[in-house]
Design a protein around this ligand. Structure first.
Ligand SMILES: CC(C)(COP(=O)(O)OP(=O)(O)OC[C@H]1O[C@@H](n2cnc3c(N)ncnc32)[C@H](O)[C@@H]1OP(=O)(O)O)[C@@H](O)C(=O)NCCC(=O)NCCS
Length: 188
């Protein structure tokens, strides 16, 4: 199992590629929005210091081979409009978790589904991952619907799993398996 994104991934409207430091100004527009960060495990960015410490953590996780942090680039504008990541790699079990966030200006256009289809194809193919997990706050229906649309199974509710931003939170556990993805996306 690999824990790196070996190439940029192209879709009709988007490029999914590894993050670079010069993506931070565009990402600031995404993560300085309380509506975007509402269900994410980190606080809304208020200044460039927050952006740089987030980036330092992403670099550290990449160095430890524990996460692949990607950005989503809109081909038409060349702007970074969101991020997606694979993290908590368990190489023995060929498993990881999936996270994602999109600029509010682009919600509802199928952009994240398009980006994640490319990332999941790469994860189940070249990276050799067998199971991808995603946790969703029950109050985040767009995220749950996105995962269902991609073929994830909603496995169960983990009660009071997190204490985050002063709240105790339940979480839905979703998962998708390599066999399921490959059966649903066989060419022809
Ligand atoms: C979750 C998120 C990435 C979705 O991005 P997106 O590009 O708008 O997603 P898509 O358009 O591909 O799909 C979203 C689906 O949810 C549906 N949806 C949107 N809002 C909804 C709501 N309030 N209730 C039910 N479904 C909803 C859309 O109709 C679409 O489903 P459909 O294609 O079957 O109609 C985006 O809302 C986001 O970045 N949210 C903030 C960050 C976040 O919460 N990340 C997830 C943490 S688990």
């Amino acid at each position: 199992m690999q824990t790196v994104l070996s190439q940029a991934l192209h879709t009709p409207r988007l490029i999914v590629r590894a993050i670079q430091e010069n993506d931070l100004p565009d990402l600031f527009k995404v993560f300085s929005d309380d509506t975007v960060t509402r269900f994410l495990p980190y606080i809304t960015w208020e200044d460039t210091l927050a952006a740089h410490s987030w980036y330092a953590r992403a670099r550290e996780m990449a160095a430890q081979a524990s996460a692949v942090q990607c950005v989503i680039v809109d081909k038409e504008s060349s702007q970074v409009i969101g991020s997606c990541l694979l993290f908590r790699f368990d190489t023995e079990s060929e498993r990881c978790e999936l996270g994602y966030a999109l600029a509010q200006s682009h919600w509802g256009g199928g952009y994240m589904a398009e980006a994640l289809r490319a990332l999941l194809t790469h994860a189940f193919g070249e990276m050799g991952i067998n199971r991808v997990e995603a946790e969703v706050d029950p109050r985040n229906p767009a995220s749950a619907q996105l995962l269902r649309k991609l073929g994830f199974t909603q496995e169960g509710l983990l009660r009071q799993r997190w204490k985050m931003k002063g709240e105790i939170k339940d979480t839905w556990m979703f998962s998708l398996l390599r066999d399921e993805w490959q059966a649903a996306n066989r060419p022809g």
